[in-house]
Design a protein around this ligand. Sequence first.
Ligand SMILES: [Zn+2]
Length: 147
Amino acid sequence: MPTATYQTPTSLNAGLRCRCPRCGEGKLYRSFLKIADRCDNCGLDYSFADPADGPAFFVMSGVGIIVMALWAWAAVVFQPPIWLQFATVFPAMIGGCLACLPPMKAWLVAEQYQHRAEEARWESVGGHGEGGFTYDRRGVSNRRAAL
Ligand SMILES: [Zn+2]
């Protein structure tokens, strides 16, 4: 059975273009920030994609720092009236965040895909007092057998 090969883009490339992290061609979103069920080009199932609130945090922090730095500089140098400060800073904050959210979320989804990041799965390795690590238990049992 032939398997398809894809020219996988870098995570930054796929993120900035909001494209599929595997083929780099299919759309990642079906609406503004709503991730599609699967890639319309290669069929990659996007159910693994869950960047949670990471994109919002990074965008809010980055845009906030840049806009506040520019606002502070302009307020000192030009001393504009307060209405002008409100009329420019709030739209810059809101517009900057809305513009940066889709590519940031797509970038984090591409990073999840390329690094196979997923939620941790726990496995029981025994009861209390047995060490808790599978490699420790195997090493202990091997040492006991040798004694
Ligand atoms: Zn794809």
